[in-house]
Design a protein around this ligand. Structure first.
Ligand code: GAP
Length: 509
């Protein structure tokens, strides 16, 4: 299966099994806005719970808050978002389509890179065992030409990005003769900066209404509550404030399903530290966050760090944790050393003191901040796409199985009476009643048992519990494990123990 086919399968599976739907679908949808279905909501809630427990419950010095989406508009002036939260946009005069200029260039680079890959594949086929990749890369004229071209574009592009040089960026597009994917023409406008924040109004009458923004990140709700939380919680530095909530960005290039959305959710944590200690905390949080990701068992090879060359307006160091999505390695989480940029600016713009008194060192200062920020929806896509697979079975048949980490699975176990008679449904429903106070469980009596197993495999349910005639005699059940498909006969206590150890946080973090 090519990566494109795999991605299509991810999108269609998410819809078919009640995980993710296009928003407003019956009205032909709203671009880059999605709704989570009955199973997607459970999976999303479990992801948020796993993050919250790791951050707040397991760290004595991190607390959680829930701030509002609407905030005073000056907050976005102070944070720099009004002036600097922009994307460089360019319009094609013939198709009237709008693009992100940086994405047009990145796509051109990706296309050239795939040409190199194609040449390598062709040569591999031609030369077989004798193929020497390194030698080929260094000596094949066409490949050398492509590689030099990529290097030179990278060079010019990084310089233009670093200097916010829109004219330089336009020159790259013109020089490379990049054409509009819709009209095929190279008839471009100049590049303009476009602010990504959504505006809205507060107040009933148009004269008195106040212009507001929907928050583009949850972080600012933490900064403006920093002293409230510190004082009421009697917290001492170093300490953290965590938050999960919606954020909104008017993304121009919104594609790749739930990877880039206009309304999405973030899980952010701001860790307040003494100025000068940011380097060691940056290293510590990089390690901690990678450990959290690896604990879910999606494969070490699917993660990598990517250090930012161009730092955001608030950071003195920053990196991404990238994940190997079906369309390649892309940002999943950001880790930023935000200095005292936000708190200092809020102090300036609000004229309220935001200093912290450090009783250990007998001094007051504005703390520095280390931020970890991950999109819930991107995490969902990472887990979902990594877990979805087609398997060939020993008997020649095949199955689609969603090998979700059991702790994140929407339903932990489903109870299946072998037959719809002989008192088996009653025993099965009794078992549902006993289990449902502890775990999310389901009941299914329709179709042959094999088809019911397949249905649960596709939903990612880690356990199927079958009730048969023997259950009536000795109160034992058959437990089938999703990934190995191994079945064992267990009594109720053994069953509980098995499910508990698979879905308890102690077994994961
Ligand atoms: N407070 C810092 C901040 O917001 P960011 O790198 O812009 O930093 C953090 O965003 C994370 O939020 C990203 O790593 C990504 O997981 C998620 N994210 C950002 N924009 C998104 C979008 N349009 N759709 C889905 N997730 C997004």
């Amino acid at each position: 299966m090519t990566s494109e086919e795999k991605f299509k399968k991810v999108v269609s599976h998410a819809k078919e099994y009640g995980f993710v739907f296009q928003s407003s679908e019956i009205y032909d949808g709203l671009s880059a806005v999605y709704d989570y279905g009955q199973n997607g909501t459970e999976l999303k809630n479990n992801i948020k719970d796993y993050w919250w427990k790791a951050m707040v419950q397991l760290n004595d010095n991190i607390v959680g808050i829930d701030s509002s989406i609407l905030m005073h508009p000056t907050i976005w002036k102070a944070s720099g978002h009004v002036d600097a939260f922009n994307d460089p946009l360019i319009d094609n005069k013939d198709s009237k389509k709008r693009y992100r200029a940086d994405v047009l260039i990145e796509d051109f680079i990706a296309k050239t890179e795939s040409k190199v890959k194609k040449e390598i594949l062709k040569a591999k086929k031609k030369f077989g065992d004798k193929f020497d990749k390194q030698q080929f890369l260094e000596t094949n004229n066409r490949v050398v030409h492509y590689q030099n071209k990529i290097k030179s574009i990278h060079n010019d592009f990084s310089k233009a990005l670093e200097n916010d040089d829109l004219i330089g960026m336009k020159k790259i597009i013109d020089d490379l003769e990049i054409a509009c994917p819709v009209s095929g023409s190279k008839n471009w406008t100049e590049i303009k900066q476009f602010n990504l924040m959504f505006g809205t109004k507060l107040g009933a009458s148009s004269e008195s209404a106040m212009d507001l923004y929907l928050r583009p990140e949850t972080a600012q709700g933490i900064f403006v509550n920093f002293l409230n939380v510190q004082k009421t919680g009697r917290l001492k530095i170093p300490f953290g404030i965590a938050q999960i909530g919606k954020a909104f960005r008017n993304e121009i290039v919104a594609r790749q399903f739930i990877f880039r959305m206009r309304e999405f959710e973030q899980m952010e944590m701001q860790f307040f530290i003494k100025p000068g200690t940011q380097k060691e905390w940056y290293i510590k949080w990089k390690e901690d966050r990678m450990k959290w990701h690896l604990s879910l068992g999606l494969g070490k090879e699917n993660y990598r760090f990517h250090d930012h060359e161009k730092l955001a307006h608030y950071a003195d160091a920053a990196c991404d944790i990238e994940f190997n999505f079906p369309f390649g390695f892309k940002e999943l989480e950001g880790i930023h050393s935000r200095t005292d940029f936000d708190l200092s600016n809020h102090e300036k713009f609000s004229s309220k003191k935001l200093k912290y008194f450090d009783s250990n060192d007998n001094e007051s200062y504005i703390p520095y901040v280390l931020e970890t920020s991950i999109g819930v929806d991107r995490m969902f896509l990472a887990v979902f796409s990594n877990s979805l697979c087609d398997e060939k079975l020993e008997d020649g048949s095949s199955r689609t199985v969603l090998k979700l980490p059991a702790i994140l699975a929407p339903v932990k176990a489903t109870i299946l009476p072998l037959l719809k008679k002989d008192g088996l449904p009653e025993i099965a429903k009794g078992l549902v009643e006993k289990l449902k106070t502890e775990y999310r469980v389901s009941y299914d009596e329709k179709d042959a048992i094999g088809r019911r197993y397949r249905r649960q495999d596709a939903l990612g349910t880690p356990f199927c519990i079958t009730i048969d005639h023997q259950s009536k005699e000795d109160n034992t059940f058959t437990l089938r494990e999703r990934d190995s498909m191994i079945q064992e006969r267990l009594n109720f206590d053994e069953l509980l123990k098995k499910i508990d150890s698979a879905v308890s946080i102690k077994s994961w973090i």
